[in-house]
Design a protein around this ligand. Structure first.
Ligand SMILES: CC(C)(COP(=O)(O)OP(=O)(O)OC[C@H]1O[C@@H](n2cnc3c(N)ncnc32)[C@H](O)[C@@H]1OP(=O)(O)O)[C@@H](O)C(=O)NCCC(=O)NCCS
Length: 199
C-alpha cells in the first residue's frame, strides 16, 4: 500500500505551530548524503521564506506524522547559448524564451527545484522515495503553473555525483548545460524537464 503524504508550506506551518516548534521539527531531519540540503533546511530555509526568495515545503508522512523530506522551489531566470542546444531543445525553448540576437542567448523564466531531500532518520520501507518527493514538488509547481503559466523545470545536480544523474533521468530530467560556480567551486549539470499540465 502506498503511503500518504501531506505537503505543508514552511511559512504556513510556522504560523500554525510557531517558529520555535518548527525548529524542533526541522531538527528531526537528517540528510548525510548532501550537506547543502541539510544545511539549507537547518539554517537558511526560514529566512529565505521570509524574504520570499525561495519557498520550502515540508513533506509529512500522514500516518506517522513524521517529517519525510522536503523540497524548495524558486522562480528563476535562465539563459543558455543557442549554439549549446540540440535542435530538439532549441525548438522547445524557443516556445517559451526570447532570443537575444546580439548575445546569441535564449533567456526565459523557469521553475527551479532548488533543494530536495529525504529524511534519512526514517529507516526501511517507511522512508519516502526520491521519485515520490519529485512528484510532490511537480504537483506543487502545477499550482503555480495554473496561475502564472510556465512550462520548464530545472534542477542543478553536482556534476561529480553520477547517481544523481540516474535519479533525475528516471524522473524525466535531461542534461542541458553545465555551469561552474566559483563560490562553491562546484560544476553543476543543469537538467530540465517539461512540466506537463494535468487537466
Ligand atoms: C536524491 C534522492 C532524493 C534520491 O532518492 P531515491 O530515488 O529514493 O534513491 P536513494 O536514496 O536510494 O539514492 C539512490 C542512490 O544515489 C545515491 N545518492 C543519493 N544522493 C546522493 C548524493 N547527494 N551524492 C552521492 N550519491 C547520492 C545513494 O547513495 C544511492 O546509491 P546506491 O544505489 O549505491 O545505494 C535521495 O537519495 C536524497 O535525498 N539524497 C540526498 C539529497 C540530495 O542529494 N538531493 C539532490 C540534490 S540535487
Amino acid at each position: 500500500m502506498t503511503r500518504k503524504y501531506e505537503v505543508l508550506e514552511l511559512g504556513d506551518y510556522s504560523r500554525r505551530i510557531g517558529e520555535d516548534n518548527v525548529r524542533l521539527v526541522l531538527g528531526t531531519f537528517n540528510c548525510p548524503l548532501n550537506n547543502e540540503v541539510q544545511d539549507f533546511l537547518m539554517h537558511k530555509a526560514v529566512q529565505a521564506e521570509k524574504l520570499k526568495s525561495a519557498i520550502t515545503y515540508l513533506v509529512f508522512d500522514a500516518e506517522a506524522s513524521s517529517l519525510a523530506g522536503y523540497f524548495t522551489l524558486v522562480l528563476k531566470a535562465f539563459s543558455i547559448a543557442k549554439d549549446k542546444l540540440s535542435s530538439n531543445n532549441r525548438k522547445l525553448i524557443s516556445r517559451f524564451a526570447e532570443l537575444n540576437e546580439r548575445t546569441g542567448e535564449y533567456t526565459t523564466a523557469l521553475y527551479l527545484i532548488a533543494q530536495l531531500g529525504k529524511n534519512f532518520t526514517i529507516v526501511g520501507p517507511k522512508r519516502i522515495s526520491g521519485r515520490e518527493l519529485v512528484e510532490l514538488a511537480l504537483d506543487t509547481l502545477r499550482k503555480a503553473q495554473r496561475v502564472v503559466g510556465g512550462k520548464l523545470v530545472l534542477v542543478e545536480r553536482e556534476a561529480d555525483r553520477p547517481k544523481l544523474l540516474d535519479f533525475y533521468n528516471a524522473c524525466g530530467f535531461k542534461s542541458w548545460n553545465e555551469r561552474y560556480d566559483k563560490g562553491d567551486a562546484v560544476r553543476y549539470d543543469q537538467m530540465i524537464r517539461v512540466l506537463e499540465s494535468v487537466m
